[in-house]
Design a binder for this molecule. Structure first.
Ligand code: GLA
Length: 711
């Protein structure tokens, strides 16, 4: 809901308020973002902001979209080099337009959709007449959520070109109260760690990545009051619907106020706007919770599943898959694949996925990307024939692609060397022996669309794993990274629209492009190439801060684990993988009879719980970044069922150290629940207040799964 009261605008979500107002000199000031306020007239309180009467008054006031170099000398949200050769600008309010019942649309990029929710959008039109600059700020607020989605459109209204060198999507100022910035940095096979950085007077924290949305830093951050935990404390979330080079910048400024902003990374960005031309930033989804991280995560999970992800599969059971990658790597033929598929089908798997190595002459990772033509030596009946044989077994068939890439040793490169991103003066930087196709060019996008679509048209392919296996580098000009992202969205939009019945899973050397922009097109993403159960506890825990558990691809792989050599039991591997989209990635024909029977019952169990895992509320109970235990739970929204996962990482001497009490959440205190496996009955209040005692087996990496059903 949007309440306009004179010069004050009050955006109201379910439990939140966001208030801004037009200052007497026409500047747009930020007034409040936090727990819901009443519909009162705030104008009387605005006098708080009129104390400063010098020309530099803005340097002391909180702002909505801070300008550069005039009367606010703090960190600006945007910067333009104007026709007079300087970077100074100062925006004044022209008008406020309220779009009732509408969400903001973002040019060329995914954004939140209205769905069946009620949403309104404020468009604040600002301008700097001296330099002919116009900025339109969009704010979408949903009645049902605690979020404010922001983006900006920057327009050159002058008759000379104007160079935009910085264009954040959202910025706001809060008064210092011991905040820390929490980010999700990492690297390959160790993505989305939880890292807290205190914000101290004068320090600036610029969390930026410089490539695709990346293993190194996820486009999600939280500004949390010190001591904030899963249940208590105030926290703001910032999540960028974007797959490129991003930045979250926070600075504790002169009066110890914190200015925080999120958007495209200014390092490596610029856009020259011709007269009349505009630039649209990606959407930044702000969220506020006064009940800690748990409530914040629920907001993002529900919002992204219902109002961002477009795939028809979002609320459907995802097929339990078997993928041949770690089972065979490049060493396969049709018989070997069919043997794996047959055995997996006997165990109950529903989808067979053929990974890398099916095309061109690709027997290792140094060739053929771009040549999406089947290797008939390995697969004599082609993809079509293989898919038919898999279908005859009663399974769906899925295929791996890496469509944005090109190998120097490929027919595509020999025909179009200029289609690869490279800087003429330098030897191109290879990553995993490959280059990236230049998706800023229309003809290259068209090639990629047609190359993938023709394979999809030709065979019954019901799932695609869309990979991206090297970092973006060698950007030929500032702003290229952003243009690339627009090309990627164009390609994804065209292919997913043409094949709405294909389930797409994103991948990027594991979890290097796990972001809301990708999720808009592909409802699940391979979470990490590291499939070791213990490493996965942290990776999945960190990822769940912003992303729904159903969006995380989680597979059971062989031991010793191929990434870190750790040996964990099949039980531990499966139980850790249940809280995601479940599957296997091993050569099941090599399993012993006992392992095979175990796999069979794991698949049966996942079929029973997968709808609950997908649709329920996810609670983090014990943090593996902070201790020897990791536990989480999914509770049905109607509180009728719950699944508890609990893990003890290392065994400790002494039996009492292997017992741990875990307090469940999201149950009805009045209801009685039966623990399905043991048959024991507990009431909800007991499970949530006193907690369930877990007796772990006396060894490392011991896990338990418990299912509770209302009686
Ligand atoms: C990436 C993916 C893996 C696999 C390989 C194939 O590393 O993350 O799952 O698909 O590529 O080359």
């Amino acid at each position: 809901m949007i309440i306009q009261n004179g010069k004050t605008i009050h955006l109201q979500g379910r439990d939140i308020s966001y208030v801004m107002f037009e200052h007497e000199h026409g500047d747009l000031l930020h007034f409040y973002f936090g727990k819901k306020l009443g519909d009162s007239d705030f104008s009387t309180f605005m006098s708080e902001w009129s104390d400063y009467d010098s020309d530099m008054y803005l340097d002391n006031l909180p702002q909505e979209y801070p300008s550069c170099g005039h009367s606010d000398l703090r960190m600006p949200a945007y910067e333009v080099e104007n026709q007079y050769g300087n970077c100074i600008s100062q925006l004044k309010v022209e008008e406020f337009i309220v779009h009732k019942g509408e969400t903001a649309q973002v040019d060329g990029m995914p954004y939140l959709m209205k769905g069946d929710k009620n949403a309104d959008t404020l468009e604040a039109v600002l301008s700097d007449k001296t330099i002919g600059l116009e900025v339109r700020l969009f704010y979408t607020v949903f009645d049902e959520y605690n979020i404010i989605a922001r983006n900006a459109v920057i327009i050159n209204r002058s008759d000379k070109p104007m160079k935009l060198t910085r264009a954040y999507s959202a910025s706001f100022d809060v008064y210092k109260d011991d905040y820390e910035l929490i980010t999700l940095p990492g690297l390959w096979a160790n993505e989305r760690n939880l890292v807290k950085t205190p914000l101290m007077w004068g320090n600036i924290v610029e969390a930026e990545n410089g490539r695709e949305s990346s293993h190194q830093l996820n486009p999600f951050a939280m500004l949390a009051k010190k001591g904030c935990n899963e249940e208590y404390g105030e926290v703001y979330g910032l999540s960028l619907i974007y797959s490129g080079n991003h930045s979250t910048a926070a600075k504790c400024e002169q009066r110890e106020e914190i200015r925080i902003m999120q958007g495209i990374n200014p390092h490596g960005f610029e856009k020259v706007l011709s007269p009349g031309e505009s630039f649209c930033t990606p959407q930044c989804v702000l969220c506020y919770s006064d009940e800690g991280f748990g409530k914040l995560s629920h907001e993002y999970h529900n919002l992204y599943m219902n109002n961002l992800m477009r795939s028809k599969f979002v609320h459907e059971d995802r097929p339990i898959l078997i993928n041949n990658w770690e089972g065979t790597y490049f060493d396969f033929n049709e018989d070997r694949l069919l043997a794996i598929a047959k055995k997996a089908k006997e165990a109950g798997a529903e989808l067979f996925v053929l990974d890398d190595g099916w095309f061109g002459k690709r027997d290792n990772d140094d060739c053929s990307l771009g040549d999406w033509v089947v290797n008939e030596k390995k697969l004599p009946s082609g993809i079509k024939g293989l898919a038919e044989k898999i279908n005859e077994l009663g399974m769906k068939f899925g295929l791996w692609f890496e469509p944005e890439m090109i190998s120097p040793d490929s027919d595509l490169y020999r025909a179009h060397p200029d289609w690869a991103i490279q800087v003429p003066q330098r030897k191109p930087v290879l990553g995993r022996n490959q280059l990236i196709l230049d998706l800023t060019r229309d003809e290259v996008c068209e090639y990629v669309i047609e190359a993938v679509c023709s394979v999809l048209r030709d065979a019954n392919i019901e799932y695609v794993k869309w990979d991206f296996n090297r970092p973006m580098a060698d950007m030929p000009r500032p702003g290229f990274n952003h243009d690339y992202v627009l090309g990627f969205y164009k390609v994804m939009g065209a292919i997913t629209e043409a094949f709405p019945n294909v389930l797409f899973e994103g991948c990027c050397g594991g979890g290097g492009r796990f972001d809301p922009g990708v999720l808009a097109y592909m409802p699940q993403i391979w979470t990490s190439d590291n499939s070791d159960a213990v490493a996965r506890m942290k990776i999945q825990y960190g990822t769940s801060m912003c992303y729904p558990v159903s969006s995380m691809g989680c597979h059971v792989t062989a031991v010793p684990n191929h990434q870190n050599g750790r040996v964990t039991s099949l039980k531990t591997r499966a139980e850790t993988a249940y809280m995601g989209t479940f599957g296997y990635e091993l050569d099941i024909t090599k399993s012993s009879d006992e392992e095979f029977e175990q796999i069979k019952s794991q698949i049966e169990f996942d079929k029973k719980i997968r709808a609950l895992v997908r649709e329920g509320d996810f609670y983090r109970l014990q943090n593996p970044f902070e201790g020897n235990f990791c536990s989480w739970e999914v509770a049905a929204k109607d509180k009728s069922r719950a699944i508890l996962y609990a893990a003890k990482i290392l065994a400790v001497a002494g039996s009492s150290r292997n017992v741990e009490t875990v307090k469940l959440k999201g149950l009805d205190p009045e209801k009685q629940y039966r623990e399905v496996q043991s048959g024991e009955v507990f009431d909800g209040a007991y499970l949530m207040n006193r907690g369930k005692r877990i007796n772990y087996d006396m060894h490392d990496f011991a896990t338990v799964i418990m299912e509770f059903e209302e009686i």
